[in-house]
Design a protein around this ligand. Structure first.
Ligand code: ADP
Length: 490
């Protein structure tokens, strides 16, 4: 329904007319708080005169801040839909191209166009492309200085109630020129967070609405398996599940299709930067490598099973579709879901499971055959140990101290702890980190060694089956008489 109504000096301002604006709040889930905040804008657009008679101040600009796919565009469209007003949109990048050499007068034209159609929404996507800080080092050039200045002039003129609400989206608010967020400009900043477990349930349901879905589908379980997903990724998951259901001639989408689709999405992610070597779909993996991958994953899965503090096994795969890689997925336990607050026991369990693949290789294949497959798991174990020592005060020798001056620095350094501490202290801290990882490795080694037969049986089964569900893995390990660690035995 979108129409490219206006061709504008070579750049396209997309328009959705009021009567075609069908997206509403019922199409968005998981951000109830945000909807409330934005209701004020809707009331304004519905009847600007009445709004102002009541003494409210006319809203000018709303800055939508959130990661790609968190629903910024969707929200802006829904505001137009709820208010029944036209929606004009342009991408920040296009904006810049458009203004090269012609500059400010084009901004004027765009606002003029919007004003003629007021009340309406003017949506600027990828706003950091336009609103980049004007100071040196901010990357702004002469052209963007003029563009921003004109934008500010236009928005400052809003005081006399033009009925245009500018909504701009960015995922890098810190890159924006400070002048843009002064009162009367983009003074409303709305953050769109990643959805939490309940939010994801809501979003999954929105995207199940137009599909045939098993009436007993457990959305909560899917939500548990998708921590960290954006709305766009959840939508993609439901679409992929629908495609699988059609391809497999199922009457509707059931749990099986959803988890298959999820597995494929996770696998694609992993092959882009994870364990193992990405392989072509029809490549046959040479036997020794296949065996090594099976042993590695069997080690992880068995260790996950042994450790009651850890997550439930969801699925284990070895060389699926001929790819030279394997993986073991765990379904996060409720409390570990948003991975913000977890227990010490959980962190230790995660380290142990991370070290288990290498230990299994060493045990079954011999020291010389430990592969590079474990490097990213090793990195995970190390990162957790650093976090425990530097940030959480879980060090025996240092006691409950936080060595991080500020969490930001730690996160931004991509897992490398940068703390302003003396060399002496740093040496102790790193010894403590090493000790934690070594303890985790020892525990993994012990757990696998004492269940050696189960380990090799699982590896063998994985080579034959290619892929096993969590339930199948658990059944096999029970048959092998594996006893799980005691809950207190951390
Ligand atoms: P952004 O503009 O933040 O990059 P979009 O609004 O383009 O994200 O999101 C892309 C798609 O993802 C939307 O069209 C919608 O189908 C889905 N989506 C994102 N967030 C949500 C949400 N909160 N509820 C429902 N669907 C969502």
């Amino acid at each position: 329904k979108k129409k490219r109504d206006k061709i504008f000096g070579g750049a396209k301002l997309e328009v959705i007319k009021a009567k075609d604006a069908t997206v509403t709040f019922k199409d968005i889930a998981g951000i109830d708080q945000v909807k409330e905040e934005i209701m004020e804008i809707v009331s304004f657009l519905r009847d600007p005169q009445r709004f102002l008679t009541l003494g409210a101040r006319s809203p000018a600009g709303v800055l939508l801040v959130g990661a790609p796919g968190t629903g910024k565009t969707l929200l802006a469209k829904a505001v137009a839909g709820e208010a029944g007003v036209p929606f004009f949109s342009i991408a920040g990048t296009e904006f810049m191209e458009m203004f090269t050499g012609v500059g400010a007068s084009r901004v004027r034209d765009m606002f003029q166009q919007a004003r003629k159609n007021a009340p309406c929404i003017l949506f600027i996507d990828e706003f950091d492309g336009v609103g980049k800080a004007r100071s040196f080092g901010g990357g702004g050039n002469d052209e963007s200085v003029h563009t921003i200045n004109q934008l500010l002039t236009e928005m400052d003129g809003f005081e006399d109630n033009t009925g245009v609400v500018v909504m701009a989206a960015t995922n890098r608010p810190s890159a924006l020129d400070k002048a843009l967020t002064r009162p009367g400009r983009f003074d409303r900043i709305v953050h769109l967070p990643l959805p939490n477990v309940e939010g994801r349930v809501g979003i999954l349901k929105v995207h199940a609405r137009d599909k045939k879905v098993d009436p007993n589908l457990d959305f909560h379980k899917i939500s548990r398996a998708t921590a960290g997903f954006t709305g766009a990724q959840l939508m993609n998951l439901m679409n992929q599940s629908a495609i699988l259901a059609v391809r497999q001639q199922q009457p509707y989408i059931s749990e099986k299709e959803v988890f298959e689709a999820l597995e494929k999405i996770q696998r694609d992610k992993m092959q882009r930067g994870g364990r193992g070597v990405a392989g072509g779909d029809n490549e046959l993996v040479p036997m020794p490598m296949r065996r090594s991958i099976a042993v590695y994953e069997a080690g992880r899965a068995l260790m996950g099973y042994l450790t009651p503090q850890f997550d439930e096994i969801q699925r284990v795969s070895v060389c699926p579709g001929g790819a030279a890689s394997g993986y073991t997925y765990f379904l996060p336990r409720e409390e570990a879901l948003e991975s913000r607050i977890v227990t010490k026991g959980y962190m230790e369990a995660r380290m142990v499971v991370s070290m288990a693949g290498r230990c299994a290789e060493r045990l079954v294949l011999g020291e010389g055959n430990v592969s590079t497959a474990g490097s990213s798991d090793l990195a995970t174990a190390n990162r957790i140990a650093r976090e425990m020592i530097f940030r959480c005060g879980f060090s025996k020798r240092l006691g409950p101290v936080s060595l991080m001056t500020n969490e930001e620095t730690y996160l931004k350094s991509a897992g490398r702890a940068v703390a302003n501490i003396s060399t002496e202290l740093a040496v102790i801290a790193y010894e403590e980190v090493e000790e934690l990882v070594e303890a985790a490795e020892a525990k993994a080694y012990y757990g696998l060694a004492t269940n050696y037969n189960a380990l090799t049986a699982l590896a063998k089964e994985l080579m034959e089956q290619e892929s096993m569900t969590g339930a199948e893995v658990r059944a096999l390990l029970e048959r092998e008489g594996v006893k799980r660690f005691d809950d207190t035995d951390t």
